[in-house]
Design a binder for this molecule. Structure first.
Ligand code: F6R
Length: 246
């Protein structure tokens, strides 16, 4: 799997943001929209910060950008502080000129979840698929919320979160007991269809799972290891997250 290692997460994030900006610009030149798959969590925050800066200081426009987020807790009210809707507004959407109708985030209030998930997949296809999908990696090896046990051809669906994932989220919810048990997530199959997949990981506490994702056999025990089978996936790491790779 192609790897790019930067000294710091800040440097890595600037490089990723620059690639996104270039794609948005090139698509606009061709009169096309850029279809971007976004992640939440701590990892992509510096990427979004740089995209906001590029918008404010260097005229990067999001008018022709369409976004699909990977996942959302379920149930989750979009207005709640911990929702991924709130996260995306806070870190990106409220600060750029993206059109409301071009933003897609799984609906944590959907009543007919199965139907919602099928429609989410259809919407992505209608736009011709994702040009770039950003990913973080959880300590369970999850991408999106595809926990161990996820199938490589899985689509958008309702999943049960791993105990470790809920523990890692507990700080945001004031205790693990407040973290939802479930989430709606794009599947591994959904992610695989993206034209470029960029998995980012920073810091020493990701070093072990990064090593497993890159170097262990492909297995559902480490869902991110499926990315070894893709010919358009790459890992962007800081030095610490890469420190256990041989
Ligand atoms: C978030 C997501 C998750 C996170 C992962 C890492 O939309 O899908 O897979 O990317 O849990 O989270 P952080 O970046 O907070 O370490």
């Amino acid at each position: 799997i192609p790897l790019q290692v930067f000294e710091t997460s800040e440097q890595a994030s600037l490089a990723v943001a620059a690639r996104i900006a270039r794609l948005v610009f090139e698509k606009k030149e061709k009169g096309e929209k850029a279809i971007l798959g976004f992640a939440t969590g701590a990892t992509p925050i510096p990427v979004y910060r740089e995209l906001v800066r590029l918008h404010q200081e260097e005229n990067l426009s999001f008018k022709h950008v369409v976004t699909f987020n990977l996942d959302e807790y379920y149930p989750m009210q979009p207005a709640a502080d911990q929702s991924y809707v709130a996260f995306m507004r806070r870190h990106l959407f409220d600060h750029v000129d993206i059109l409301e109708e071009n933003i897609h985030i799984p609906d944590g209030t959907a009543q007919y979840v199965h139907r919602f998930c099928i429609e989410y997949e259809e919407q992505i296809s209608t736009y011709g698929g994702l040009d770039i999908q950003l990913l973080g990696i959880g300590r369970t090896g999850h991408i999106g919320f595809n926990e161990p046990g996820s199938a490589p051809n899985s689509g958008t669906r309702l999943v049960t979160l791993d105990d470790l994932t809920r523990r890692d989220a507990s700080a945001y919810f004031g205790g693990k007991e407040n973290v939802p048990q479930k989430a709606i997530t794009m599947g591994i199959g959904t992610i695989f269809k993206a034209k470029e997949i960029i998995l980012m990981a920073w810091g020493a506490n990701k070093a072990d799972i990064v090593k497993q994702a890159v170097e262990s056999d492909v297995s559902t025990e480490v869902p991110a290891s499926y990315l070894q089978l893709s010919n358009h996936a790459e890992f962007v790491l800081d030095r610490e997250a890469s420190s256990l790779l041989t």
